[in-house]
Design a protein around this ligand. Structure first.
Ligand code: ADP
Length: 398
């Protein structure tokens, strides 16, 4: 090997050695920086950006339990940068995470505002030897729905037990009174009434669970007149029998967009109640008004009214302000819950004005729909016919 070649080789070895040394030194610096971050309370690069992009409350806490970085929603739960964790339970969880003993999410209560206690599921993870990331998920709504579902199942079984028990007893009574035709007739009549009650209860339970499910409904433009006419037709027989006059007033020709079955049932339930809770000789008015993009369908009676304390609660499932009367009139305690859910599903609300002894007015408020040029009037008429047929069927079962 001659001298220039030797020089070239030496240069190459020198470059390789120099490069390796630079790499080793660079890695050592990075390891030192990382170790410093681990041993310090400095939030690792990028962590703040991640927190800023989170929709859930999340914080990074140091060993003293002080929040060193927080997502925007965390503030509402009393978790803000520079503040210590608001509860001992959270502090304990952070310590457990640091000790490496906490992995599974833990559900706990946190006070959001003095009157607003929230259920949150908290996940913790150590991101350095000193810093803990805590991510919270608000599960209040989930818990409430779960509780409602449990209550519904318990109440439904309880409500079904009464008529089912009555049917069994009455069937036994019919059997043992076989030799007495008058008694058999009386028991058979009561048996029929209990069977109808059971049928109504089952139908309403199914309506309510359909309204509460995510199942998409068939939506179309509906003429409000169609809902009013169907409700009046469905209740004219029972209103006549109760000596209550049904009157119609207000605007004609307004439309809403929605599920005709659900909205029809809502108006129907209001009229059924108005008749059931009204005295003989009174009248029930059905009115329609549209204003500022909202359609109001009101059902006003001159009946027994509802005490102020009960006015919110009557929309709860199985709540009856007047237990005895509701049972006497074959009430299920589900009618108004169905109205509320049906209307809310359409982006509307139900309002109630009532005064004991004077009467009640229930008002359904729904967004006004302006039917497009392709709106099918023939479809309106078809559904009206269908609802007439349904009404006739209802009357024969009532
Ligand atoms: P029900 O089938 O028992 O009528 P609802 O859910 O329809 O059940 O109504 C709940 C309760 O609200 C009724 O039991 C009754 O006490 C009260 N209520 C409903 N509508 C009226 C009304 N128009 N006038 C007086 N009380 C009413």
């Amino acid at each position: 090997m001659d001298t220039p070649q030797l020089a070239l080789l030496a240069l190459l070895i020198g470059v390789l050695l120099g490069g390796s040394v630079a790499l080793v030194v660079g890695a050592a610096y990075r390891a030192r920086d990382l170790a410093m971050v681990h041993a310090s309370n400095d939030v690792p690069d990028g962590a703040r950006d991640v927190l800023a992009g989170l929709d859930d409350p999340a914080v990074i806490v140091d060993p003293s339990g002080t929040v060193v970085a927080a997502s925007i929603p965390a503030g509402a739960y009393g978790l803000a940068e520079g503040r210590t964790l608001p509860t001992e339970e959270l502090a304990l969880l952070a310590r457990a995470a640091r000790a490496g003993t906490a992995t599974a999410p833990v559900t706990m209560r946190l006070q959001r505002r003095p009157s607003d206690q929230r259920a949150v599921s908290v996940r913790v993870r150590a991101i350095t030897s000193r810093l803990i990331l805590m991510v919270l998920r608000d599960v209040t709504e989930q818990e409430r729905v779960e509780q409602m579902r449990r209550d519904f199942v318990a109440n439904t079984s309880h409500e079904l037990k009464t008529p089912v028990g009555a049917v069994v007893l009455l069937a036994e009574a019919v059997e043992s009174a076989a030799d007495d035709p008058a008694q058999v007739r009386a028991f058979a009549q009561r048996l029929h009434a209990e069977a109808v009650r059971l049928g109504t209860l089952t139908t309403r339970i199914m309506s309510l669970s359909r309204l509460q499910s995510e199942e998409p409904a068939t939506m179309r433009d509906i003429a409000v007149d169609e809902l009013i006419v169907a409700a009046i037709e469905a209740h004219s027989t029972s209103a006549d029998a109760a000596g209550v006059e049904l009157r119609r007033g207000g605007e004609r020709g307004v439309h809403v967009h929605g599920d005709p079955q659900a909205l029809g049932e809502a108006v129907d339930n209001l009229v059924a109640n108005a008749v059931a809770y009204s005295p003989r000789g009174s009248h029930v008015g059905l009115g329609v008004k549209s204003q500022d993009g909202v359609v109001e369908i009101s059902v006003a009676d001159q009946g027994i009214g509802i005490a102020e304390a009960d006015q919110e609660r009557v929309f709860e499932r199985f709540y009856r302000a007047d237990q005895a009367r509701s049972r006497r009139t074959g009430g299920t305690g589900l009618g108004l819950a169905i109205v509320k859910h049906a209307v809310q599903r359409h982006g509307g609300e139900v309002r109630l004005w009532s005064r004991p002894g004077q009467g009640s007015t229930f008002t359904i408020r729904l967004p006004l729909a302006v039917p497009g040029p392709d709106h099918d009037e023939a479809e309106d008429r078809k559904t009206k016919k269908k609802s007439k047929k349904k009404t006739a069927r209802k009357d024969t079962t009532a």
